[in-house]
Design a protein around this ligand. Structure first.
Ligand code: FMN
Length: 179
């Protein structure tokens, strides 16, 4: 069903297991075309060997990276993302941490873009009640999918399905554009 995305890698970090649980949903939707890697186990090469690379991160302590991502961040900043298609998703709490909602997505996006990567899967901000976010590309769009398992777990599955469809379309358009 998701062959349109080619080989998909999902690299994630999770403190209390919420992001990890969400990766299982991705697995159930994408199936055998998906390889899941915890960022604490990741090699630099794992960020470059997939047609589409999905990065998943939660945000902690007023806008900090999830702890495994934080440990990996100095290495992450050295990765050359030229020709790599990257899609990001973040978990956060839009009410409890409204000033820092999914900030981690913003930190990862900044590096991916600075190091030559192409981001697909930007996501509208309109359905969330946060105040500020480093994940905002502009007032209208996040750099990636925003999931809120603390307040809106019931929306997560549908959000992922809509987003995966969006990724397929954007990925195909990229190929058409590149010839
Ligand atoms: C102490 C604490 C700090 C948090 N800080 C933030 C934050 O700054 N921004 C945010 O969006 N969410 C914040 N959260 C919410 C978590 O990101 C959210 O619960 C997420 O689902 C955790 O995912 P994980 O278990 O995969 O790490 C915080 C939660 C706790 C308990």
């Amino acid at each position: 069903m998701f062959q349109e995305l080619g080989k998909v890698g999902l690299i994630y970090g999770s403190d209390t297991g919420a992001t990890e649980d969400v990766t299982r949903l991705f697995e159930s939707f994408i199936g055998e075309d998906l390889e899941i890697i915890e960022v604490s186990e990741a090699e630099v090469e794992d960020f470059k060997r997939f047609d589409v690379l999905i990065l998943g991160i939660s945000t902690w302590y007023d806008g900090d990276l999830q702890s495994d991502w934080e440990d990996y961040f100095e290495t992450f900043k050295t990765i050359d993302f030229t020709d790599q298609v990257v899609a990001l998703f973040g978990l956060g709490d839009q009410h409890g941490y409204a000033e820092y909602f999914i900030d981690g997505v913003g930190y990862l996006a900044e590096v991916v873009l600075a190091n030559g990567g192409t981001i697909i899967g930007e996501w509208p901000t309109q359905d969330y009640e946060h105040a500020e976010s480093k994940a905002e590309k502009n007032d209208d769009m996040f750099y990636g999918l925003a999931l809120d398992e603390d307040n809106e777990p019931i929306l997560t599955e549908d959000r992922i399905l809509v987003w995966l469809d969006q990724l397929k379309g954007e990925y195909q358009n990229l190929h058409i554009a590149q010839g």
